[in-house]
Design a binder for this molecule. Structure first.
Ligand SMILES: [Zn+2]
Length: 493
C-alpha cells in the first residue's frame, strides 16, 4: 500500500512511502508511484519515525490491564474510590483480588491518604490494593496486611516505611521498599495470562507509535528472568524491541561475564523483535509528588508530607543524619559505587532514579570518580533529574552523563509539585532546554520519556502528553507556568 502527500519530518525531499506487512519498504516522491497502485492521500499530515521510549515499565502497565483507574475526573474522593472499587468487584466476582491504581491523596477531597479501614469497606474477604500514581506507595486492606504478615512487630525494611498509627499498628499505607511487601498476593499467577496481557500492552504502545522501549525495572531472580518473558511474549505478538535494565539484586551481582555477554547480545524472536540487556537500575530517592525526593535543602512546604508526619525513619548509613524534611533516601552512595564498578567491569549502563538535587550530586560525584566506559552512549544516566541546579547541568555536560526527563510529571502532577516546591526549585523543574540546547549546542545525551505508568494520568504512555508540556511548559490543570525559559521547540522535543 502506498501513502502520498505526507510531510516527512526527517526528510524534506520525499512525500510518499510504501508499507508492506507493517514495514516501510520504499520512500520517494508521489510522481514515482506506479500508476494504478492503491494509494492513501495523507493530505499534508506529518510522518514521524517511531518513538523510542527511554524509561517505561511495560510489565507494570501489563499488571494494570483490567485494573480500575482511580483518578480525576472519575474519582475525586476516597468515598467515590470505595464506591468504584466495590463496582469493579461486583463486575468481576471470579477475581481473587481487587485493585485500583493512580490515586493521589493531594487530589482527594478528604485531603488525606486512604487507609486499610477505607479499603476494608470495599472487602474483608478479598485482598484489596490501591497503588499511588507514582507507584512508590500503595495502600492495602487488613486482609492483605495479614496475608503478607505485616503487623505491629514487623520492622520497616531498609529504604521503606510501613506507616503506623499511634499504637504502632500499620495503617495500610506502605512506602518505597515497603510497597513491594504484599506484591506476591497480587501477582498474576499464570504465565499464559501474563503473556496475553503483555501482548495487549504492546499493541496499546504501538497505537501511540512507540517502536522500541526501555524496560526500566527488569527483574531476574530465582524465579526467572524477565528477558524470557519478553521473548515468549514476542513470539505471541509483542511488537517493540526491548532494552532491559535489571534492578540490582544478589542474582544480578552474581552473573558472570559470559552470562552478561549472552544477554547483551540479546535474543531475537521469530517475528524479528529483539530483547537485549542494556544496563542496571538503582533507586536513590523517592519522588517530588510526595515530598520524598532527596534534596540538599529542606522542602519548604513539607508539613503534610507522608514522610514527615511519621516518627522515625530507616535511612541508609550514609544518610542517617539527614533530616527527613530533605526527602527520603532509598539508596546510598556506597551501594551505587559498587553497582557502577560492576557495570564498568561488565560494560553495562547504569540508570539511577534521582529526583532531588542531593541524589543528582551523588551520581555526579561517582561519575567524576569512575569516568566513562561505554563508547557513543552515556555510561551513567540520571533518571528524572527533576530538580537540577546550574552547576549540576554544567557537570552533566562535562562528564557526559545521560538524563531522561519527564515533562508529563509537572504537567499531570501540578498540585503536589506546587505544594512541595518553593519558587527557587520550581524554576529547576525538568530543565530540558538547559540540558539539551545550552547556547545552541545540542547535547546528545538527553531524552524525553513518560515513565509510564508512574504518573497521575489515565493515559500515561501517550508520548504527546510528554511532548506538549515540553513545548508549552504549562500544567494540565490550571495551565500554570512552569518556567517558560525551559521551553523546547516542537521539533527538538
Ligand atoms: Zn520509572
Amino acid at each position: 500500500m502506498y501513502y502520498s502527500n505526507g510531510k516527512f519530518l526527517l526528510n524534506k525531499n520525499i512525500d510518499s512511502m510504501k508499507v508492506d506487512d507493517g514495514k516501510i519498504i520504499w520512500t520517494g516522491r508521489k510522481e514515482e508511484i506506479p500508476e494504478g497502485e492503491e494509494c492513501v492521500d495523507l493530505k499534508g499530515k506529518t510522518v514521524l519515525p517511531a518513538f523510542v521510549e527511554t524509561h517505561i515499565h511495560p510489565t507494570i502497565l501489563t499488571e494494570l490491564v483490567g485494573k480500575l483507574s482511580i483518578m480525576a475526573p472519575e474519582v475525586n474522593s476516597i468515598e467515590e474510590m470505595i464506591e468504584k472499587l466495590r463496582e469493579i468487584d461486583a463486575a468481576n466476582p471470579e477475581a481473587s483480588t481487587i485493585e485500583g491504581w493512580g490515586y493521589d491523596e493531594t487530589k482527594f477531597e478528604e485531603g488525606r491518604s486512604p487507609t486499610r479501614y477505607d479499603l476494608d469497606k470495599v472487602s474483608t474477604e478479598k485482598s484489596v490494593r490501591i497503588q499511588r500514581s507514582d507507584l512508590h506507595n500503595c495502600v492495602v486492606n487488613s486482609l492483605a496486611l495479614e496475608l503478607a504478615g505485616i503487623d505491629k512487630d514487623y520492622p520497616d525494611p531498609a529504604g521503606g516505611i510501613i506507616h503506623r498509627d499511634e499504637q504502632g499498628a500499620p495503617t495500610g499505607l506502605l512506602s518505597e521498599k515497603a510497597a513491594f511487601l504484599p506484591g506476591e498476593i497480587f501477582a498474576i499467577k499464570s504465565e499464559e495470562e501474563k503473556i496475553r496481557k503483555m501482548v495487549a500492552t504492546s499493541l496499546e504502545l504501538a497505537k501511540y507509535g512507540i517502536g522500541s522501549v526501555s524496560e526500566t525495572l527488569g527483574i531476574i531472580d530465582e524465579e526467572g528472568d524477565m528477558m524470557d518473558l519478553y521473548l515468549k511474549s514476542m513470539e505471541k505478538g509483542f511488537l517493540q524491541d526491548v532494552a532491559v535494565y535489571y534492578l540490582w539484586n544478589d542474582t544480578v551481582s552474581s552473573l558472570s561475564q559470559e552470562e552478561i555477554d549472552k544477554r547483551k547480545e540479546g535474543y531475537t524472536a521469530s517475528t524479528g523483535a529483539k530483547v537485549k540487556l542494556s544496563g542496571l537500575k538503582y533507586f536513590l530517592d523517592g519522588t517530588i509528588s510526595n515530598g520524598s525526593a532527596g534534596m540538599t535543602k529542606e522542602f519548604p512546604k513539607i508539613e503534610d508530607s507522608l514522610y514527615v508526619k511519621r516518627d522515625g525513619n530507616t535511612p541508609s548509613e550514609e544518610d542517617k543524619n539527614r533530616e527527613l524534611t530533605k526527602g527520603l533516601m532509598t539508596g546510598n552512595k556506597e551501594e551505587l559505587r559498587e553497582i557502577m564498578k560492576f557495570a564498568k567491569e561488565k560494560g553495562l549502563q547504569v540508570k539511577t532514579h534521582a529526583m532531588g538535587d542531593h541524589s543528582a550530586d551523588i551520581i555526579i560525584e561517582l561519575a567524576e570518580e569512575l569516568g566513562n566506559w561505554i563508547e557513543g552512549a552515556p555510561s551513567i544516566r540520571i533518571e528524572h533529574g527533576t530538580t537540577l541546579r546550574d552547576d549540576q547541568i554544567k557537570k552533566i555536560h562535562e562528564l557526559g552523563i545521560g538524563v531522561s526527563g519527564q515533562s508529563i510529571f509537572f504537567y499531570a502532577e501540578y498540585e503536589p509539585y506546587s505544594k512541595y516546591l518553593d519558587e527557587e526549585r520550581f524554576l529547576q523543574i525538568n530543565r530540558l532546554k538547559s540540558l539539551y540546547d545550552p547556547e545552541g549546542i545540542k547535547y546528545p545525551y538527553v531524552a524525553l520519556s513518560n515513565d509510564a505508568p508512574s504518573t497521575y494520568h489515565p493515559e500515561p504512555a501517550n508520548p504527546w502528553l510528554g511532548i506538549e508540556p515540553t513545548v508549552t511548559r504549562r500544567s494540565l490543570t490550571e495551565k500554570a507556568d512552569i518556567n517558560q525559559k525551559e521551553k523546547l521547540s516542537l521539533k527538538d522535543a
